[in-house]
Design a protein around this ligand. Structure first.
Ligand SMILES: Cc1ncc(COP(=O)(O)O)c(C=O)c1O
Length: 417
């Protein structure tokens, strides 16, 4: 039916619309995808569940402080759109000093305690651009196994030799750095799949003792953690000891952009050396106005942060008591059915009861380590969270929770049956 829409837009007649034959190497890849999704009940990728109704309990968004629909932010966006005389629809390399981008960067640097900041089009382009700009074939890179894919992509683009350290294992990191020499250390502060937190004090200490460059991706902690939301590095008093913080501004900032917090010298270098900065167009002024209004709300957001952390603690403890094996220490709380068919079952059973989380599977997790991620926000009702706990309690047998590998690992480790 969707195909019948927009008939007036057709520049060609129906008969002229066609699909060009593709060579075998592409056909094989398309077939492999079709085969992989065929195993699921709906014939669609397992990440796509049913369409939530208006009364669904939604635990999918990364808008942790529930700011995306705030009227002050919409107002700032609209006012700027109406005022903007010259929209710079071009790369940021052509912008002049004093641009909206410059002013927002100054605000973000002051907010986090860094000398400078660089606004990027997304968290993805911030990370890929940064690694490309600081690493090359001669620079060893040390990367936590669970670090976000955008940092891995940066490593790939830079061509650096890389060494993977075991998740959150500072001892393993130090061993690798001692073996291979100084280089660049890449971690997330708060891991987007499992919601656990990096041992930042230990990792930054290793970075400094071994004369390494440190990069911390704070996408899931900027705005939600630390003084006025300045992040986990700030909350641990490590700001002066870290070279770079990166973040997606599509989480607590609820916009579409990314940021790199850095030195003044680096901020002058990055826009003219990182390919995503040179060869992709700049964030638009009204988007920056929206982000700036969001920053005001984040700075004033202590109550929202308090509510978020209290609600996350409530859900974590309820699920833990039910026997679910959680790694979470934050507002990201994931159940781990592991095998994808078990995940499909869990997704369907939860969605039938009106609870909607996000499915994470390969390539976002290792194969057969799929997760159901619940992302919380500060304004969820305690009643809804209580319902989620009750539902998760009542479905344990139905979804085979006691048989999941994650459950067995936890209960073996804690000595329970
Ligand atoms: C830890 C982390 N870094 C970077 C990104 C990329 O951010 P964006 O969506 O702004 O490109 C994400 C988004 O999924 C993320 O979770």
């Amino acid at each position: 039916m969707i195909n019948d829409l927009y008939a007036d837009n057709d520049a060609f007649g129906e008969k002229e619309r066609f699909s060009l034959h593709v060579p075998d190497f592409l056909e094989e890849r398309l077939n492999a995808f079709d085969d992989a999704v065929k195993v699921f009940r709906t014939g669609k990728p397992v990440v796509v569940g049913s369409d939530p109704g208006n009364d669904a309990i939604m635990l999918q968004s990364n808008d942790y402080l529930n700011l995306s629909r705030h009227p002050d932010i919409s107002k700032a966006l609209i006012e700027k759109l109406e005022q903007s005389v010259r929209e710079p629809v071009m790369s940021a390399v052509f912008l002049h000093e004093g641009s909206d981008k410059d002013l927002f960067e100054i605000r973000m640097a002051r907010f986090t305690g860094f000398e400078s900041a660089v606004l990027c089009q997304s968290g993805w382009s911030a990370n890929v651009g940064l690694i490309q700009a600081i690493a090359n074939e001669k620079t060893p890179v040390y990367i936590d196994f669970f670090t976000h894919m955008s940092l891995w992509e940066g490593v790939k683009v830079s061509g650096s030799p890389f060494h993977i350290f075991m998740h959150n294992d500072a001892g393993h990191l130090e061993k690798l750095v001692s073996q291979h020499g100084r280089g660049i250390i890449l971690v997330d502060s708060l891991y987007s799949t499992t919601g656990d937190i990096a041992p930042l004090a230990d990792i930054i200490d290793i970075a400094n003792r071994h004369d390494c460059v440190s990069v911390v991706d704070e996408s899931h902690s900027l705005g939600t953690h630390g003084p006025k939301g300045a992040g986990l590095v700030a909350s641990l008093g490590l700001t002066q000891k870290v070279h770079f913080i990166t973040a997606s501004l599509a989480k607590a900032f609820a916009g579409r952009a990314g940021i790199i917090l850095c030195s003044k010298r680096f901020a002058g270098y990055f826009p003219y050396t990182a390919f995503p900065a040179i060869f992709s167009s700049a964030v638009l002024p009204h988007e920056i106005a929206g982000l700036s209004a969001t920053l005001d709300m984040i700075i004033d957001g202590d109550e929202r942060r308090k509510r978020l952390h209290a609600k996350a603690a409530f859900l974590r403890s309820g699920l833990t008591e039910l026997g679910y094996a959680l790694a979470s220490e934050s507002q990201i709380i994931s159940l781990e059915p592991g095998i994808e068919l078990h995940m499909e079952r869990l997704r369907d059973v939860l969605e039938d009861r009106n609870v909607f989380g996000s499915v994470f599977c390969a390539p976002a997790t290792p194969k057969n380590r799929s997760l159901m991620r619940f992302s919380l926000h500060s304004e969820l009702s305690m009643e809804d969270l209580g319902r989620v706990i009750d539902i998760c309690g009542s479905i344990r047998e139905e979804v085979g929770m006691w048989e999941w590998k994650s459950t067995k690992r936890k209960h073996t480790a804690s000595g329970r049956p």
